[in-house]
Design a binder for this molecule. Structure first.
Ligand SMILES: Nc1ncnc2c1ncn2[C@@H]1O[C@H](COP(=O)(O)OP(=O)(O)OP(=O)(O)O)[C@@H](O)[C@H]1O
Ligand SMILES: [Mg+2]
Length: 256
């Protein structure tokens, strides 16, 4: 009995980060949450699931020699593809500018998932940074993760696109648990207002309440950290954005 509960508590948590609209901060948030989770003592793996336009490696200042492409088309062992980041988490990088990777067939996506399943038990937290939109690749990675996070910002188009992702996943796969991160806001009040808006729409049209995970303020430290290829939450944990990210990481670990 004790052994069972110990095994249960060690189970890996898998979270996908999606958005609908592109450029809302998924990759920045994924990297920073991963660093916060590492700080909290977790073993963390990030998988770059933006297969056609991967850029997590760039954000981290890493130059991978092998990527998911080598697993899909080169039979490479996933353990040889994993690369350690300076922020303390591992990364499975993807390739960029390879059209075939952005339009992978169902079987190839399944191959990636099966391969990832062999390493997932080595980690406490696995974060999947997906591409924008509702392509088959994005949806297939999202349903791989029991926890689905949607990032949006103050732009009305990001709100409608976030709702579109929720609707498609709910209606097609029966997904009924979505966590919302509101990015690039002035303050918590604005984030609350934006969350309340999408939550109301989701409840009204899908009968589905959403889960608020937190917000990140719009701050010039974000693009500055990206230019420096540094992870802000690791570099400046006491900055406002650093604290925002720590709060979200905490919310993710307590979210069932
Ligand atoms: N909180 C923030 N404050 C200021 N700028 C931000 C913030 N979050 C993101 N940005 C800016 O938005 C840009 C896009 O961020 P990011 O690449 O993480 O988005 P994305 O959702 O992953 O994009 P894509 O859909 O192309 O994958 C960054 O280069 C950064 O400069
Ligand atoms: Mg991205």
């Amino acid at each position: 009995m004790i052994m069972n509960s110990q095994l249960e508590s060690r189970k890996t948590s898998i979270t996908s980060i999606a958005s609908g609209k592109g450029g809302v901060g998924k990759t920045f948030i994924t990297a920073n949450l991963a660093a916060c989770l590492v700080k909290g003592g977790k073993r963390v793996l990030v998988v770059d699931c933006d297969l056609g336009l991967a850029n997590m490696d760039i954000l981290l200042g890493i130059t991978p020699t092998l990527t998911l492409q080598d697993i899909v088309f080169g039979n490479q062992d996933v353990r040889d593809v994993i690369i350690a980041s300076k922020a303390g988490f591992d990364l499975v990088p993807a390739s960029s500018g390879v059209k075939e990777m952005g339009q992978l067939l169902y079987e190839k996506i399944q191959l990636i998932k099966t391969t990832l399943s062999t390493i997932i038990p080595d980690y406490d937290e696995v974060l999947l940074d997906t591409g924008a939109g509702i392509s088959e690749v994005v949806l297939q990675f999202s349903i791989f993760a029991p926890k689905n996070v949607i990032v949006l910002n103050r732009e009305p188009t990001s709100l409608t696109d976030a709702y579109a992702v929720i609707k498609v996943m709910h209606q097609r796969f029966g997904t009924d648990s979505f966590g919302i991160i509101v990015n690039s806001v002035k303050d918590e009040k604005e984030a609350d207002r934006l969350f309340s808006h999408i939550d109301t729409v989701s409840k009204e049209f899908l009968g589905l309440p959403l889960y608020y995970l937190g917000h990140v303020v719009n701050n010039e430290a974000v693009p500055r950290s990206i230019m420096k290829q540094k992870v802000l939450a690791q570099d400046e944990p006491n900055s406002i954005v650093g604290k925002n990210c720590y709060n979200i990481a905490k919310a993710i670990t307590t979210w069932k």
